[in-house]
Design a protein around this ligand. Structure first.
Ligand code: ADP
Ligand code: MG
Length: 421
Protein backbone atom coordinates (compact mmCIF):
# COMPACT_ATOMS: atom_id res chain seq x y z
CA UNK A 1 0.00 0.00 0.00
CA UNK A 2 1.07 3.60 -0.63
CA UNK A 3 0.62 6.06 2.23
CA UNK A 4 0.51 9.86 2.13
CA UNK A 5 1.43 11.85 5.24
CA UNK A 6 0.21 15.46 5.20
CA UNK A 7 2.36 18.07 6.96
CA UNK A 8 5.93 19.29 7.34
CA UNK A 9 6.95 19.17 11.00
CA UNK A 10 8.63 16.89 13.50
CA UNK A 11 5.33 15.11 14.10
CA UNK A 12 5.07 14.27 10.41
CA UNK A 13 8.67 13.04 10.27
CA UNK A 14 7.91 10.74 13.21
CA UNK A 15 4.70 9.53 11.53
CA UNK A 16 6.42 8.89 8.20
CA UNK A 17 9.32 7.14 10.00
CA UNK A 18 6.94 4.84 11.86
CA UNK A 19 4.66 4.16 8.87
CA UNK A 20 7.68 3.32 6.66
CA UNK A 21 8.52 0.44 9.06
CA UNK A 22 5.17 -1.25 8.43
CA UNK A 23 5.30 -4.47 6.38
CA UNK A 24 1.94 -3.38 4.92
CA UNK A 25 3.48 -0.31 3.30
CA UNK A 26 5.42 -0.24 0.03
CA UNK A 27 5.94 3.52 -0.23
CA UNK A 28 5.41 6.66 1.85
CA UNK A 29 4.89 10.18 0.51
CA UNK A 30 4.97 13.34 2.58
CA UNK A 31 3.41 16.65 1.52
CA UNK A 32 5.20 18.97 1.72
CA UNK A 33 7.65 17.31 4.18
CA UNK A 34 11.14 18.49 5.16
CA UNK A 35 14.75 17.34 4.82
CA UNK A 36 14.09 14.61 7.41
CA UNK A 37 10.95 13.15 5.86
CA UNK A 38 12.94 12.89 2.62
CA UNK A 39 15.06 10.19 4.34
CA UNK A 40 12.05 7.89 4.89
CA UNK A 41 9.51 9.09 2.32
CA UNK A 42 9.23 10.87 -1.00
CA UNK A 43 8.46 14.55 -0.52
CA UNK A 44 5.67 16.02 -2.62
CA UNK A 45 5.63 19.77 -3.13
CA UNK A 46 2.02 20.46 -2.09
CA UNK A 47 1.12 22.61 0.93
CA UNK A 48 -0.68 20.85 3.80
CA UNK A 49 -3.79 23.03 3.40
CA UNK A 50 -4.09 22.72 -0.38
CA UNK A 51 -6.81 20.09 -0.14
CA UNK A 52 -7.76 19.95 -3.83
CA UNK A 53 -4.18 19.33 -4.99
CA UNK A 54 -3.63 16.73 -2.26
CA UNK A 55 -6.79 14.99 -3.41
CA UNK A 56 -5.61 15.03 -7.02
CA UNK A 57 -2.22 13.62 -5.98
CA UNK A 58 -3.82 10.84 -3.90
CA UNK A 59 -6.11 9.82 -6.76
CA UNK A 60 -3.39 9.90 -9.41
CA UNK A 61 -0.93 7.93 -7.30
CA UNK A 62 -3.27 5.28 -5.98
CA UNK A 63 -2.75 6.27 -2.33
CA UNK A 64 -4.35 3.65 -0.09
CA UNK A 65 -4.19 5.67 3.13
CA UNK A 66 -3.72 9.35 3.94
CA UNK A 67 -2.68 10.41 7.45
CA UNK A 68 -3.13 14.09 8.35
CA UNK A 69 -0.68 15.72 10.76
CA UNK A 70 -1.74 19.35 11.36
CA UNK A 71 -5.10 20.74 12.49
CA UNK A 72 -5.57 23.26 9.67
CA UNK A 73 -6.50 20.83 6.88
CA UNK A 74 -8.74 18.86 9.28
CA UNK A 75 -10.66 21.99 10.26
CA UNK A 76 -10.89 22.92 6.55
CA UNK A 77 -12.54 19.56 5.83
CA UNK A 78 -9.85 17.45 4.14
CA UNK A 79 -11.35 14.25 5.53
CA UNK A 80 -14.81 15.00 4.15
CA UNK A 81 -13.38 15.81 0.69
CA UNK A 82 -11.29 12.62 0.51
CA UNK A 83 -14.21 10.49 1.68
CA UNK A 84 -16.54 12.04 -0.91
CA UNK A 85 -14.12 10.76 -3.53
CA UNK A 86 -13.91 7.31 -1.96
CA UNK A 87 -10.37 7.71 -0.57
CA UNK A 88 -9.27 6.31 2.77
CA UNK A 89 -8.06 8.98 5.19
CA UNK A 90 -7.30 9.00 8.91
CA UNK A 91 -8.66 11.90 10.96
CA UNK A 92 -11.88 13.58 12.09
CA UNK A 93 -14.39 15.20 9.73
CA UNK A 94 -14.69 18.97 9.54
CA UNK A 95 -17.58 18.99 12.02
CA UNK A 96 -15.75 16.72 14.45
CA UNK A 97 -12.49 18.72 14.17
CA UNK A 98 -14.36 21.71 15.54
CA UNK A 99 -13.50 20.31 18.96
CA UNK A 100 -10.10 21.92 18.28
CA UNK A 101 -11.15 24.56 15.74
CA UNK A 102 -13.44 26.41 18.16
CA UNK A 103 -12.57 26.72 21.81
CA UNK A 104 -16.11 27.92 22.48
CA UNK A 105 -17.59 24.78 20.92
CA UNK A 106 -15.18 22.66 22.94
CA UNK A 107 -15.94 24.38 26.24
CA UNK A 108 -19.71 24.28 25.68
CA UNK A 109 -19.51 20.57 24.85
CA UNK A 110 -17.58 19.85 28.05
CA UNK A 111 -19.97 21.95 30.09
CA UNK A 112 -23.03 20.26 28.63
CA UNK A 113 -21.70 16.74 29.13
CA UNK A 114 -20.09 17.21 32.54
CA UNK A 115 -16.46 16.80 31.41
CA UNK A 116 -14.21 18.46 34.03
CA UNK A 117 -12.73 21.76 32.80
CA UNK A 118 -12.08 25.31 34.06
CA UNK A 119 -15.04 27.69 34.61
CA UNK A 120 -15.33 30.06 31.67
CA UNK A 121 -17.12 32.67 29.66
CA UNK A 122 -17.28 32.44 25.88
CA UNK A 123 -18.37 35.63 24.16
CA UNK A 124 -18.22 37.72 20.99
CA UNK A 125 -18.74 40.90 23.01
CA UNK A 126 -15.59 42.76 24.00
CA UNK A 127 -17.56 44.59 26.68
CA UNK A 128 -18.81 41.37 28.26
CA UNK A 129 -15.31 39.88 28.13
CA UNK A 130 -13.84 42.89 29.94
CA UNK A 131 -16.55 42.87 32.62
CA UNK A 132 -15.83 39.18 33.30
CA UNK A 133 -12.10 39.89 33.49
CA UNK A 134 -12.62 42.83 35.89
CA UNK A 135 -14.80 40.68 38.13
CA UNK A 136 -12.04 38.15 38.67
CA UNK A 137 -9.18 38.68 41.10
CA UNK A 138 -5.80 37.10 40.41
CA UNK A 139 -4.68 35.08 37.42
CA UNK A 140 -7.05 34.37 34.54
CA UNK A 141 -6.60 32.91 31.07
CA UNK A 142 -7.72 34.62 27.85
CA UNK A 143 -7.98 32.56 24.64
CA UNK A 144 -8.80 33.41 21.05
CA UNK A 145 -11.64 31.11 19.95
CA UNK A 146 -10.20 29.89 16.65
CA UNK A 147 -6.91 28.40 15.44
CA UNK A 148 -3.91 30.59 16.26
CA UNK A 149 -0.95 28.22 15.78
CA UNK A 150 -0.47 27.89 19.54
CA UNK A 151 -0.12 31.66 20.03
CA UNK A 152 -3.69 32.65 20.90
CA UNK A 153 -3.62 31.93 24.65
CA UNK A 154 -2.62 34.44 27.32
CA UNK A 155 -2.10 33.38 30.91
CA UNK A 156 -2.68 36.72 32.68
CA UNK A 157 -1.51 37.58 36.19
CA UNK A 158 -4.31 40.09 36.83
CA UNK A 159 -7.30 41.77 35.20
CA UNK A 160 -5.29 44.60 33.62
CA UNK A 161 -3.19 42.06 31.72
CA UNK A 162 -6.40 40.27 30.78
CA UNK A 163 -7.85 43.50 29.35
CA UNK A 164 -4.69 43.93 27.25
CA UNK A 165 -5.06 40.37 25.96
CA UNK A 166 -8.75 40.95 25.13
CA UNK A 167 -7.83 44.12 23.22
CA UNK A 168 -5.09 42.37 21.32
CA UNK A 169 -7.35 39.46 20.31
CA UNK A 170 -10.68 41.26 19.72
CA UNK A 171 -9.78 44.85 18.87
CA UNK A 172 -6.37 44.61 17.15
CA UNK A 173 -7.31 41.21 15.67
CA UNK A 174 -3.81 39.83 16.31
CA UNK A 175 -5.07 36.41 15.15
CA UNK A 176 -7.56 37.63 12.54
CA UNK A 177 -10.94 35.93 12.46
CA UNK A 178 -9.82 33.51 15.18
CA UNK A 179 -10.37 36.43 17.54
CA UNK A 180 -14.02 37.11 16.67
CA UNK A 181 -14.83 35.42 19.96
CA UNK A 182 -12.85 34.78 23.12
CA UNK A 183 -12.92 32.23 25.90
CA UNK A 184 -11.90 33.59 29.30
CA UNK A 185 -11.32 30.99 31.94
CA UNK A 186 -10.29 30.23 35.46
CA UNK A 187 -6.55 29.65 35.98
CA UNK A 188 -5.80 26.04 36.85
CA UNK A 189 -2.78 25.05 38.90
CA UNK A 190 -0.94 21.78 38.57
CA UNK A 191 1.20 19.71 36.25
CA UNK A 192 0.22 19.52 32.61
CA UNK A 193 0.05 16.16 30.81
CA UNK A 194 -1.28 14.98 27.48
CA UNK A 195 -3.33 11.89 26.76
CA UNK A 196 -3.73 10.90 23.13
CA UNK A 197 -6.06 8.14 22.06
CA UNK A 198 -7.08 6.43 18.85
CA UNK A 199 -10.83 6.28 18.39
CA UNK A 200 -13.18 4.90 15.75
CA UNK A 201 -16.14 6.78 17.22
CA UNK A 202 -16.98 4.00 19.70
CA UNK A 203 -13.84 2.36 21.08
CA UNK A 204 -11.15 4.56 22.65
CA UNK A 205 -7.63 3.12 22.66
CA UNK A 206 -5.23 5.33 24.62
CA UNK A 207 -1.55 5.83 23.93
CA UNK A 208 0.92 6.14 26.79
CA UNK A 209 0.97 9.41 28.73
CA UNK A 210 3.35 12.21 27.75
CA UNK A 211 4.43 15.58 29.05
CA UNK A 212 5.18 18.54 26.84
CA UNK A 213 7.33 21.59 27.72
CA UNK A 214 5.50 24.64 26.39
CA UNK A 215 7.62 27.51 27.69
CA UNK A 216 10.63 28.70 25.69
CA UNK A 217 13.24 28.63 28.48
CA UNK A 218 14.46 26.43 31.33
CA UNK A 219 12.31 26.28 34.43
CA UNK A 220 9.15 26.90 32.34
CA UNK A 221 10.14 30.56 31.95
CA UNK A 222 9.53 32.79 28.95
CA UNK A 223 6.83 32.87 26.31
CA UNK A 224 4.75 29.85 25.25
CA UNK A 225 5.91 27.98 22.15
CA UNK A 226 4.65 25.12 20.01
CA UNK A 227 6.59 22.89 22.43
CA UNK A 228 10.29 22.75 23.32
CA UNK A 229 10.46 19.08 24.24
CA UNK A 230 8.47 16.13 25.52
CA UNK A 231 8.89 12.81 27.23
CA UNK A 232 6.98 9.63 27.83
CA UNK A 233 5.98 8.03 30.12
CA UNK A 234 5.23 10.84 32.58
CA UNK A 235 5.48 9.34 36.10
CA UNK A 236 3.10 11.98 37.50
CA UNK A 237 0.43 10.56 35.20
CA UNK A 238 -0.12 7.31 37.09
CA UNK A 239 -2.13 4.37 35.69
CA UNK A 240 -4.92 5.30 38.16
CA UNK A 241 -5.05 8.89 36.86
CA UNK A 242 -5.01 7.65 33.28
CA UNK A 243 -7.95 5.36 34.05
CA UNK A 244 -9.77 8.28 35.66
CA UNK A 245 -9.16 10.42 32.54
CA UNK A 246 -10.45 7.62 30.31
CA UNK A 247 -13.66 7.43 32.34
CA UNK A 248 -14.28 11.12 33.00
CA UNK A 249 -12.86 12.68 29.83
CA UNK A 250 -12.07 10.49 26.83
CA UNK A 251 -15.07 8.16 26.71
CA UNK A 252 -17.59 10.90 27.61
CA UNK A 253 -16.11 13.17 24.91
CA UNK A 254 -16.35 10.52 22.19
CA UNK A 255 -19.93 9.67 23.24
CA UNK A 256 -20.83 13.36 23.37
CA UNK A 257 -19.55 13.95 19.85
CA UNK A 258 -21.59 10.99 18.56
CA UNK A 259 -24.67 12.34 20.31
CA UNK A 260 -24.14 15.77 18.77
CA UNK A 261 -24.16 14.18 15.31
CA UNK A 262 -20.41 14.74 14.90
CA UNK A 263 -19.02 11.19 15.23
CA UNK A 264 -15.32 11.51 16.07
CA UNK A 265 -12.72 9.30 14.38
CA UNK A 266 -8.97 9.77 14.54
CA UNK A 267 -6.67 10.85 17.31
CA UNK A 268 -8.34 12.63 20.19
CA UNK A 269 -5.78 14.55 22.22
CA UNK A 270 -6.68 15.85 25.67
CA UNK A 271 -4.46 18.58 27.14
CA UNK A 272 -4.93 18.12 30.88
CA UNK A 273 -4.08 19.92 34.09
CA UNK A 274 -3.65 17.60 37.07
CA UNK A 275 -5.24 19.86 39.70
CA UNK A 276 -5.79 19.14 43.40
CA UNK A 277 -9.45 18.58 42.42
CA UNK A 278 -8.54 15.94 39.86
CA UNK A 279 -7.65 16.10 36.16
CA UNK A 280 -9.28 18.91 34.19
CA UNK A 281 -9.26 19.48 30.43
CA UNK A 282 -7.44 22.55 29.11
CA UNK A 283 -8.37 21.76 25.54
CA UNK A 284 -8.90 18.99 23.03
CA UNK A 285 -6.84 18.69 19.88
CA UNK A 286 -8.03 16.80 16.83
CA UNK A 287 -4.66 15.28 15.89
CA UNK A 288 -1.31 14.05 17.14
CA UNK A 289 0.67 16.48 19.30
CA UNK A 290 3.99 17.94 18.29
CA UNK A 291 6.47 17.14 19.89
CA UNK A 292 4.72 14.43 22.02
CA UNK A 293 4.36 12.21 18.95
CA UNK A 294 8.13 11.92 18.58
CA UNK A 295 8.81 10.15 21.94
CA UNK A 296 5.48 8.28 21.80
CA UNK A 297 6.18 6.73 18.41
CA UNK A 298 9.77 5.84 19.41
CA UNK A 299 8.21 3.79 22.21
CA UNK A 300 5.45 2.19 20.15
CA UNK A 301 6.28 -1.43 19.42
CA UNK A 302 3.18 -2.27 17.37
CA UNK A 303 2.73 -1.53 13.70
CA UNK A 304 0.82 1.77 13.55
CA UNK A 305 -0.86 1.19 10.17
CA UNK A 306 -3.46 -1.39 11.38
CA UNK A 307 -4.47 1.17 14.03
CA UNK A 308 -5.18 3.81 11.37
CA UNK A 309 -7.11 1.25 9.33
CA UNK A 310 -9.13 0.08 12.33
CA UNK A 311 -10.22 3.65 13.13
CA UNK A 312 -11.45 4.09 9.55
CA UNK A 313 -13.17 0.67 9.50
CA UNK A 314 -14.64 1.02 13.02
CA UNK A 315 -12.93 -2.16 14.20
CA UNK A 316 -10.72 -0.61 16.88
CA UNK A 317 -12.17 -2.97 19.51
CA UNK A 318 -10.03 -5.69 17.89
CA UNK A 319 -6.75 -3.76 18.28
CA UNK A 320 -4.14 -3.45 21.02
CA UNK A 321 -0.95 -1.43 21.25
CA UNK A 322 2.35 -2.91 22.44
CA UNK A 323 4.83 -0.49 24.00
CA UNK A 324 8.55 -0.73 24.60
CA UNK A 325 9.27 -0.63 28.33
CA UNK A 326 11.85 2.13 27.71
CA UNK A 327 11.41 5.84 28.37
CA UNK A 328 11.79 8.36 25.59
CA UNK A 329 12.81 12.01 25.62
CA UNK A 330 12.64 14.54 22.78
CA UNK A 331 14.68 17.76 22.96
CA UNK A 332 13.58 20.43 20.48
CA UNK A 333 16.39 22.48 18.97
CA UNK A 334 15.11 25.86 17.82
CA UNK A 335 16.43 28.83 15.88
CA UNK A 336 17.66 31.87 17.86
CA UNK A 337 14.78 34.26 18.48
CA UNK A 338 12.03 31.60 18.37
CA UNK A 339 9.11 31.96 19.23
CA UNK A 340 9.69 35.54 18.01
CA UNK A 341 11.30 36.25 14.64
CA UNK A 342 14.26 34.11 13.62
CA UNK A 343 16.68 33.53 10.77
CA UNK A 344 16.32 30.83 8.13
CA UNK A 345 18.84 29.19 5.83
CA UNK A 346 21.62 28.48 8.36
CA UNK A 347 23.62 25.29 7.67
CA UNK A 348 23.20 22.55 10.31
CA UNK A 349 26.29 20.49 11.24
CA UNK A 350 26.62 17.11 12.96
CA UNK A 351 23.34 15.48 11.88
CA UNK A 352 24.99 12.32 10.58
CA UNK A 353 27.17 11.90 13.64
CA UNK A 354 24.13 12.23 15.94
CA UNK A 355 22.09 9.81 13.86
CA UNK A 356 24.77 7.12 14.27
CA UNK A 357 24.22 6.97 18.03
CA UNK A 358 22.23 3.96 19.21
CA UNK A 359 18.65 4.57 20.39
CA UNK A 360 18.58 8.05 18.85
CA UNK A 361 16.44 9.45 16.02
CA UNK A 362 16.83 13.06 14.98
CA UNK A 363 13.38 14.10 13.76
CA UNK A 364 13.39 17.15 11.52
CA UNK A 365 10.87 19.98 11.84
CA UNK A 366 11.91 23.27 10.17
CA UNK A 367 14.64 21.99 7.84
CA UNK A 368 15.21 21.77 4.11
CA UNK A 369 17.90 20.57 1.76
CA UNK A 370 19.90 23.26 0.00
CA UNK A 371 23.05 22.81 -2.09
CA UNK A 372 23.94 19.47 -0.51
CA UNK A 373 23.42 20.80 3.04
CA UNK A 374 20.56 20.64 5.48
CA UNK A 375 19.60 24.20 6.46
CA UNK A 376 17.16 25.70 8.95
CA UNK A 377 13.78 26.75 7.56
CA UNK A 378 11.57 27.21 10.63
CA UNK A 379 11.50 28.16 14.30
CA UNK A 380 11.51 24.66 15.70
CA UNK A 381 14.25 22.97 13.68
CA UNK A 382 14.89 19.48 15.10
CA UNK A 383 13.45 17.09 17.69
CA UNK A 384 16.37 15.04 18.97
CA UNK A 385 14.68 11.95 20.37
CA UNK A 386 16.20 9.08 22.34
CA UNK A 387 15.22 5.93 24.18
CA UNK A 388 16.67 4.83 27.52
CA UNK A 389 15.91 2.15 30.09
CA UNK A 390 14.58 4.92 32.34
CA UNK A 391 13.92 8.65 32.00
CA UNK A 392 17.37 9.59 33.28
CA UNK A 393 19.19 7.52 30.69
CA UNK A 394 16.83 8.71 27.94
CA UNK A 395 17.64 12.29 28.99
CA UNK A 396 21.39 11.52 28.89
CA UNK A 397 21.09 9.89 25.45
CA UNK A 398 19.03 12.75 24.02
CA UNK A 399 21.41 15.46 25.28
CA UNK A 400 24.47 13.48 24.18
CA UNK A 401 23.05 13.55 20.65
CA UNK A 402 21.95 17.18 20.91
CA UNK A 403 25.49 18.22 21.85
CA UNK A 404 26.83 16.92 18.51
CA UNK A 405 24.49 19.07 16.43
CA UNK A 406 25.40 22.71 15.89
CA UNK A 407 24.41 25.73 13.87
CA UNK A 408 24.79 29.42 14.37
CA UNK A 409 22.16 30.46 16.92
CA UNK A 410 20.83 27.01 17.91
CA UNK A 411 18.97 27.12 21.22
CA UNK A 412 17.31 24.44 23.31
CA UNK A 413 16.12 23.82 26.84
CA UNK A 414 18.51 21.96 29.13
CA UNK A 415 15.82 20.62 31.48
CA UNK A 416 13.57 18.45 29.31
CA UNK A 417 12.35 15.46 31.32
CA UNK A 418 13.56 17.05 34.55
CA UNK A 419 10.07 16.96 36.09
CA UNK A 420 10.15 13.15 35.95
CA UNK A 421 12.83 13.04 38.65
N1 ADP B 1 -7.13 27.39 32.44
C1 ADP B 1 -5.79 27.37 32.37
N2 ADP B 1 -5.05 27.45 33.50
C2 ADP B 1 -3.70 27.47 33.44
N3 ADP B 1 -2.98 27.40 32.29
C3 ADP B 1 -3.66 27.31 31.14
C4 ADP B 1 -5.11 27.28 31.11
N4 ADP B 1 -5.48 27.17 29.83
C5 ADP B 1 -4.36 27.13 29.09
N5 ADP B 1 -3.26 27.20 29.85
C6 ADP B 1 -1.84 27.19 29.39
O1 ADP B 1 -1.78 27.69 28.07
C7 ADP B 1 -1.34 26.69 27.15
C8 ADP B 1 -2.09 26.83 25.85
O2 ADP B 1 -3.48 26.68 26.06
P1 ADP B 1 -4.37 25.70 25.19
O3 ADP B 1 -5.77 25.80 25.69
O4 ADP B 1 -3.74 24.37 25.19
O5 ADP B 1 -4.37 26.39 23.76
P2 ADP B 1 -3.50 26.20 22.44
O6 ADP B 1 -2.73 24.92 22.54
O7 ADP B 1 -4.52 26.20 21.38
O8 ADP B 1 -2.61 27.40 22.39
C9 ADP B 1 -1.60 25.38 27.88
O9 ADP B 1 -0.74 24.36 27.40
C10 ADP B 1 -1.34 25.76 29.32
O10 ADP B 1 0.05 25.78 29.61
MG1 MG C 1 -2.58 23.29 23.71
Amino acid sequence: MKVLVVGAGGREHALAWKIAQSPLVEQVFCAPGNAGTALVAENVDIAADNIERLLEFARENNIGLTVVGPEQPLVLGIVDRFQEKGLRIFGPSKHAAEIEGSKEFCKDLMWQYGIPTADYLATASMKEAKIYAMDHEGPIVVKADGLAAGKGVFVCGDSSQAIKAINSIMKDKAFGEAGNQVVIEEFLKGQEVSLLAFTDGKTVLPLEGAQDHKAAYDGDKGPNTGGMGAYSPAPVFTPELKQQVMETVMLPAVRAMAKEGRPYKGILYAGLMLTSNGPKVLEFNARFGDPETQPLLMRMQSDIVPLFEACIDETLDQQQIQWKPDSSVCVVMAAAGYPGSYQKGTVIQGLEEAAKLPDVVVFHAGTKSSGGNVVTSGGRVLGVTALGHDTQSAIANAYNATARITWDGAQYRKDIGGKAK
